[in-house]
Design a protein around this ligand. Structure first.
Ligand SMILES: Nc1ncnc2c1ncn2[C@@H]1O[C@H](COP(=O)(O)OP(=O)(O)O)[C@@H](O)[C@H]1O
Ligand SMILES: [Mg+2]
Length: 592
């Protein structure tokens, strides 16, 4: 939940990142360039306004020239209208450009995430990836909406004002410029404080967020064990922390604005006094003084807001770094160029050859594990929970790569297979069935493609006994699956997954405790369907029920990362080794 806070990291500008960002804008560069072309016009009009005021006063008001004054007022109005129009155009264009870039970045990130292997998702919490795709991209957009682009305009305006001030009266201009460091320092101080306290707010908000998420997800359990009081107290504590942090932040925010405002007024007073003297000596016209005061206001505004823009740039830079960092993360598992795509004739053999595998570092799950499943053979894999049974299935589909050794499917290293082709050959009915948003039918057709005939679907449903599940749904096959299938029970989902595998028609099939959540009665019914499913295929069945084990050609007993015993049920039982002990524990010894 907690992320490195963007404001802890200083860099606001990184030329390498900026060049990459600039590259991302390529398809929309016309928009960006066109809006940039408008900046000089805006700056010119901004500078023109006070100058018109000066002319109005000196030339027409002080001389009582009413028609002249009307003309200049009209010019002023026209200037305002054009300025307004240009501002609208710039704001619209830059935001549209920003939204296009955001859209492209989100698309690129999602496409990239789809290419990542399972190991990547073990390392990256979903919350963090969501932040990358949504919030970080949004922060980059701020560059367009209010950050870097506006700075370009500000710099132009500032430069023009400096020149005009010097032209009007250089002494007065020097007085003003002398005050800039004071103002900048004051603003910087309060901004630093404000940022510090804002950081406090963010940390506390993240804490509250994390707590809330956990608490809401576990609400059913919390209520079950009557822990509501305790949870409420914890929440109240975090909630109070957040409020205190926000008070502090608000205080400095107010100080920042009021303080800078106050300093600005002091400058105006000083200029009135000093500039008034200049008017009296004739070094400056009255209109010139008024124009000068207006320029001063326009001069300090961008300087005051520079800090805010700096923060935006900083946040955007950090976000850009993260987004590009994610885009640069090469997928660990890549389909080899020119990998084998040929379909396997019938049932393919599966072999593990001295496989070492660890999810992390040296925590070996498989140690020098070797076994061979012949084409068409039915193997049952048994072993205590956490022994690595599911891991073996994952290695067969190359969800992970082995650390050492080889996994071969159809006599070929899985790393030589085209990834898509491999996964079409090796079907898995996983322990945790994942259903997609969509209808039941959509979910069944996954992998089988749209080509699957309705009769095939019906047959698959009948064989797997999932037809009863479908019949029990109000809308049958058209039933919408919600939230990954939470409107179905675990057992119902498993039945649908078996039907899906039947339609998928793979040459090697792995069942990972595929019927663990199905009641014994239904399981007895499915058994016939499973027979059908397994016939003519190579299969690795992770079994938790005796019935499945007994019908296997061979049983592999997994222990300490290796297959320690293998053979038929009766043989292994007679050996009196690991299997007989496991059997004793798991099935209470009631056997044939
Ligand atoms: N994604 C993962 N990241 C890290 N460790 C894992 C991961 N999945 C499983 N493990 C660990 O690997 C070991 C084997 O897990 P698994 O193959 O799921 O066991 P089984 O299916 O036999 O119950 C366990 O110790 C488990 O904690
Ligand atoms: Mg498992």
């Amino acid at each position: 939940m907690t992320e490195t806070d963007p404001e802890l990291l200083g860099k606001a500008y990184d030329s390498r990142l900026m060049r990459r960002l600039w590259g991302v804008t390529r398809p929309h560069r016309r928009l960006v360039l066109f809006s940039m072309l408008l900046f000089p016009a805006v700056a010119a009009l901004e500078l023109l306004q006070p100058w018109l005021t000066k002319i109005a006063i000196d030339r027409y008001i002080l001389t009582g020239d009413w028609p002249g004054l009307s003309r200049i007022a009209a010019a002023y109005l026209a200037c305002l209208l054009v300025l307004y129009g240009l501002r609208v155009a710039i704001s619209y264009l830059t935001q549209v450009a920003g939204q296009q870039v955001m859209h492209d970045l989100r698309a690129a990130l999602f496409a990239h995430l789809q290419r990542q292997g399972a190991a990547f998702f073990d390392r990256s919490p979903v919350g963090r990836l969501m932040t990358r795709v949504l919030s970080d991209v949004e922060a980059i957009n701020e560059l367009f909406a209010s950050g870097a682009m506006a700075v370009v305009g500000d710099v132009l305006t500032l430069g023009g004002i400096v020149v005009l001030m010097l032209v009007l009266n250089w002494e007065l201009a020097m007085v003003t410029f002398a005050l800039v460091p004071v103002l900048a320092a004051g603003a910087a101080y309060f901004r630093l404080k404000a940022r510090e306290s804002y950081r406090g707010v963010r940390t506390r908000l993240a804490r509250l967020n994390g707590f809330l998420q956990e608490s809401l997800q576990g609400m059913a359990v919390i209520q079950l064990v009557a822990r509501e009081r305790r949870e409420a107290e914890l929440f109240a504590g975090l909630n109070g922390d957040l409020r205190r942090a926000q008070f502090r932040s608000t205080f400095f925010d107010s100080m920042l604005y009021a303080g800078v405002e106050g300093m600005g007024s002091a400058v105006v007073a000083l200029l009135l006094w000093y500039g008034g003297g200049q008017v009296l000596t004739g070094a400056l016209t009255f209109g010139g003084l008024v124009a000068f005061l207006e320029y001063t206001g326009r001069f300090f505004l961008p300087i005051r807001d520079l800090g805010a823009k700096y923060t935006v740039m900083q946040a955007a830079t950090v976000s850009a770094e993260r987004v590009f960092g994610l885009l640069d993360a090469e997928p660990g598992i890549i389909s080899p160029a020119g990998g084998a795509v040929a379909g396997l004739p019938g049932a393919a053999a599966v072999e593990f050859r001295n496989v070492w595998f660890a999810y992390e570092g040296e925590d070996w799950v498989l140690r020098d594990c070797s076994f061979m499943v012949a084409g068409g053979e039915r193997v049952a894999l048994v072993g205590p929970t956490g022994e690595g049974k599911s891991t073996i299935v994952r290695l067969m589909t190359r969800a992970y790569d082995v650390s050492r050794g080889q996994v071969l499917v159809g006599g070929r290293d899985v790393r030589e297979w085209d990834l898509g082709a491999l996964r079409r050959q090796v079907g898995v009915v996983p322990q945790e069935v994942f259903l997609f948003t969509g209808t039941v039918e959509d979910n069944l057709r996954v992998g089988a493609g749209a080509a699957a005939q309705n009769e095939e679907i019906e047959r698959a449903l009948r064989t797997s006994r999932a037809d009863r599940v479908v019949a029990s749904l109000p809308n049958g096959l058209r039933q919408e699956i919600r939230e990954r299938g939470h409107n179905l029970s675990q057992g119902q989902r498993q039945l649908l997954a078996i039907a899906r595998a039947l339609l998928y028609n793979p040459s090697v099939l792995a069942l990972d405790e595929a019927t663990s959540s199905v009641d014994p009665e239904s399981e007895a019914l499915i058994r016939a369907g499973l027979e059908e499913l397994l016939r003519g295929r190579t299969s690795v069945v992770i079994a938790h029920r005796l019935s499945t084990i007994q019908t296997a050609d061979r049983i592999f007993v997994l222990h300490r990362g290796q297959v320690r015993e293998s053979g038929r049920h009766a043989e292994l039982l007679a050996q009196g080794g690991l299997y007989s002990r496991l059997y004793e524990l798991q099935f209470g010894g009631i056997g044939p």
